[in-house]
Ligand binder design. Sequence first.
Ligand code: GDP
Length: 331
Amino acid sequence: MSREVDVPALVEGVLAGDRRVMARAITLVESRRGDHRERAQELLVELLPHAGGARRVGISGVPGVGKSTFIDQLGVDLTAAGSKVAVLAVDPSSARSGGSILGDKTRMSRLAVDPDAFIRPSPTSGTLGGVAQATRESMVVVEAAGHDVVLVETVGVGQSEIAVAEMVDSFLFLTLARTGDQLQGIKRGILEIADVIAVNKADGPAAGDARKAARELAGAIRMLRGHTDGGWDVPVLTCAGLTGEGLDEVWAKLVEHQDRMKASGEFDERRRTQQVRWTWQLVRDALEHQLRSHPGVRTAVPDLEKAVVSGELTAALAAQQILETFLARRP
Ligand code: GDP
């Protein structure tokens, strides 16, 4: 990124749907440099009135469940039907694991060359908070550029799903048919945030097992979640990203989920709540960053931690000393 950032040119290019400008705008919102952050906020303020119109769908599942194959197929189906599709990703571990990077274009070979699709891999550096922030801001960029579907890919581990659930309208969880206790491999937390579940790779001879697994899972979810009057019963479908079987049904359920939420007012409420929670998350992140980079705090922390570990100091007293150091001597 060059030193001079021409915000009006970025706004114009993004609104015109210029892919190279979109990529530059996203590089800007991903940057942690202070002056870049300022320019990024100027850009986002201009783009915000043009954003918000997309269906935002989170897609998660363990590595190997078939996410990229699924998104590639779903994406080309959607663009064939006239949509403009953006794929974003949240995977703070991708830099460290060195393996597949979510949202990697080589993993979605047909969508990557589709003129109506825009794929952006996960930012590879930073904390989950930083990566999630970049992805949320990238979402503003792709929506302002006219994409009416935003798919946010994440992995079925850790806190990433929670972060993604906080930025999408509906959450699709992909899983595989497993024998035995269906709930064993699937964390309870996922079941609580999933709006639609699909047992993937339900093609060929595996189809029967997948349908059986889906029925068992549906039963287990009903027990876990109970049923609320007028609430959404999480559907468990089967599909195969590789052949495209069942993808229409999965998409139809995601659309139905959003239509139901819109009709009940829950949709607007969810987006409003997300914005407010997001604001406070940013406040917490910024405060923690300031706290940890405060010279006095940095000097005091190793000894205080040692004292807590050895039992010389209680955690509460150590916390108090850290806060006093932070608040007393601003750098
Ligand atoms: P990801 O790690 O979740 O993104 O999974 P991939 O999309 O890379 O798929 C992992 C492997 O599963 C690849 O070898 C795919 O070819 C295979 N695969 C993906 N979807 C299907 C499917 O629907 N059916 C079958 N039989 N294999 C699939």
